[in-house]
Design a protein around this ligand. Structure first.
Ligand SMILES: Nc1ncnc2c1ncn2[C@@H]1O[C@H](COP(=O)(O)OP(=O)(O)OP(=O)(O)O)[C@@H](O)[C@H]1O
Ligand SMILES: [Mg+2]
Length: 267
């Protein structure tokens, strides 16, 4: 469903040209949870921003369901973006809007009728276990609850692809587990494809099917999580695994997933 071909991104800065991505190519199949890992500055956020053209690639192509994003006009691009949800490390919630209003925001932009918005927001609140927080403001929520709002908002327009840029990196380990369980449940029950970017290797090992490794803007390794973690080829992958402390080759217990999505507690 996602195909990236020879993607390059250069930034022109007063200090000179920064090559953030160099000839990156990979594909993500429908329904996959695909991880992208790499050290700080490797180009992970730049890559994820190129996937929905928040950042225009300098060269190379991004195809979503076979459609080259470069060929879309701005209206078509806006429609395609509605099919791509995104969640962030620092949640990016609107401070002056309640939880319900934050979740409603993309639906308002999409021109959804008011009554439908209300119904959809209620469904989403239930899905992420925050029905009782509908009228709260972001500053009244814990980090995990804020990320649940971010997830609900990202899913509002029923996207088929969810991009996650370090969505658990600001959370404690227990809250991380509950958010990972929610993401996995969304993947399994709604069939949403997830591209998950993180510097936390444990996160990748827990919920990803396949993983790509970025180093200095180049994709140095791609494979199944089991292969990459058990038999890393690239020196960069070996370094990441060593420094993360994940020395055991065995795959850890997968995150617990409850049959119902409606849980605000730690699983
Ligand atoms: N808007 C920009 N202008 C200039 N350089 C940029 C810009 N955005 C990113 N870069 C540079 O591109 C490189 C990759 O940055 P990026 O934010 O993609 O890394 P990252 O892997 O997400 O790092 P982190 O793990 O710290 O979030 C870095 O050298 C960064 O300084
Ligand atoms: Mg980043």
């Amino acid at each position: 469903m996602v195909e990236v071909k020879n993607l390059c991104k250069k930034f022109v800065t007063p200090m000179g040209i920064v090559t953030a991505l160099h000839n990156v190519s990979f594909t993500v199949a429908e329904g996959e949870v695909f991880g992208i890992m790499g050290a700080s500055g490797a180009g992970k956020s730049t890559l994820v921003r190129c996937l929905n053209y928040l950042e225009r690639p300098t060269s190379g192509e991004v195809y979503i369901d076979g459609q080259n994003l470069a060929e879309l006009n701005s209206r078509q691009l806006a429609l395609t973006r509605q099919q791509i949800g995104m969640i962030f490390q620092h949640f990016n919630l609107l401070k002056l809007r309640t939880v319900a209003q934050n979740i409603a925001f993309p639906l308002e932009i999409a021109g959804t009728p008011k009554k439908e918005i209300q119904q959809r927001v209620n469904e989403l609140l239930d899905m992420v276990g925050l029905t009782d927080k509908a009228q709260s403001y972001p500053h009244q929520l814990s980090g995990g609850q804020k990320q649940r709002v971010g997830i609900a908002r990202a899913l509002a327009c029923r996207p088929r692809l969810l991009l996650s840029d370090e969505s658990t990196s600001a959370l404690d380990p227990e809250t991380t587990q509950s958010i990972l369980a929610l993401l996995k449940e969304i993947n399994l029950s709604l069939g949403v494809t997830i591209i998950l970017i993180t510097h936390e290797l444990a996160v990748i090992r827990q919920i990803c099917d396949r993983v790509a490794v970025l180093e200095n803007g180049q994709l140095v390794e791609t494979g199944s999580v089991a292969d990459v973690f058990n038999r890393p080829h690239a020196a960069a992958t070996q370094r990441l695994i060593t420094t993360s402390g994940l020395v055991s080759a065995a795959r850890p217990k997968p995150v617990a997933v409850r049959p119902a999505l409606a849980t605000g507690e730690v699983i």
